[in-house]
Design a protein around this ligand. Sequence first.
Ligand code: ZN
Length: 490
Amino acid sequence: MNVDRQRDEPKTRAALYTRISSDPSGQRAGVERQRRDCEAHCAARGWTVVEVFEDNDASASSGKPRRAYERMLAAVEGGGIDAIVTWHNDRLHRSPKELEAFIDLVERTRVRLAVVTGGDYDLTSPDGRLAARIVGAVARKESEDRSRRVRRKHLELAESGKPAGQLGWGVRDDGERELVREAAGRVLAGHGLMTITRDWNRRGVTGPTPAEWTAPTLRRALLSSRVAGLREHGVDPSGRTLGQLRPAVWKEAIDRPTWDQVRAVLLNPERNTNAHRPTRYLLTGLIDCGVCGARLFSRPRDDHTKRYLCAGRRRGHQLSILAVPVDELVAGQVLNLLTTASVRDAMLAQADAGDGTSLAATLAALGAAQSRLQVLDDDYYVRGALTEGRYRSVRVKLEREIDRLHASVDAVTRRRTILHPDPRSFWAEADFAQRREMLALVVERVIVAPGRPGMGRFDQSRVQVGLTPWARRGEALQRGALASPLAVPS
Ligand SMILES: [Zn+2]
């Protein structure tokens, strides 16, 4: 039993509740001030403050859990608190739902509620409950109006192509624009971001911050719509999806098609950002045994020479071939093919025709879908023209459509990126995954015939390269591309 309750003058045990939040009046909501006012309120009534509960959330209507608030309600349930003192009703309840749950608690426990500004609500009486509900509804509307006004302001800026704040790195002057063009060109030529930033730091190029250039900083700058002279509304912080794009008031650094290609390269999930990958076998999965047709697997011999080996040993034959010379041989043939103008042209034409749509058409469809998504968001959040159910179902469909278009753009632009104007320099700079993509574009299968005695360590006549259908069509236009002397890349 509670000792206090047995005295003539039972002591009222009060809990103070304060919450940091955005404050429309901008003055009196500081937590220290809230607390002092609440303490004065208790002192005037002779109440004892037993605990102060304090939450910190920036938005009044945020749905984040409030740990201190929940602990306080539990303390009330447990019978340790007779009264709650708060500075304003909107500190205590963020939504009608929370208010109703609180009213239930009051009715069960008879806890008292004292509000420093706006008077006390006696939540045990119907009038008190009505007053609290009205005050809560007004506070909620103010909060919603405020976030609508902020969104509306951002939308207006975006529609007029103006920056949301300070203009970012890359488009502030001609020097920065020149650097963006350099980086974009090098990314499309297969250079890694690390290589470029190392270079810039050596040259003393200044960036967005006084710190040295890092690959993530450059990546963010190149992915941002501002370098292409576009103002984006509804920005995805990861840079992966685009918001609604409009022509900006500032001068672009690179044009839209170049920017789209740079994005496709940087967002390619197979892009190898790890420079310290172990050496791998270039033809794994593409190379077969000429005796039994089984796939060759890669394995270093006891002397650590890399080899491709048939698993058909148990079937009475043993076939293997040195890995390094066969990799170089096939790569040389691929590069010969890709540096032949007529073959490249035929392949490029087929790349565009690939899935029946051109890159330009797919990019246009993607832009349109992203604009629809932004309009939908604004219809729901800003104009309030949709029910939540309708909004969610349309958004899910649009997101699916955008994912499909992204995949399509990735496929087409990847092929184009690989069909680079200078395949040899691309190959020299490319990482393992990029080289594999380039190979898979041209090579369907490599068949290895059994070795013949007396032909030395590596007999290139054992290796037969089967081309993909579209490479075959390209090659047919230029018979003899493979007849030229084989150049082995270093
Ligand atoms: Zn075999």
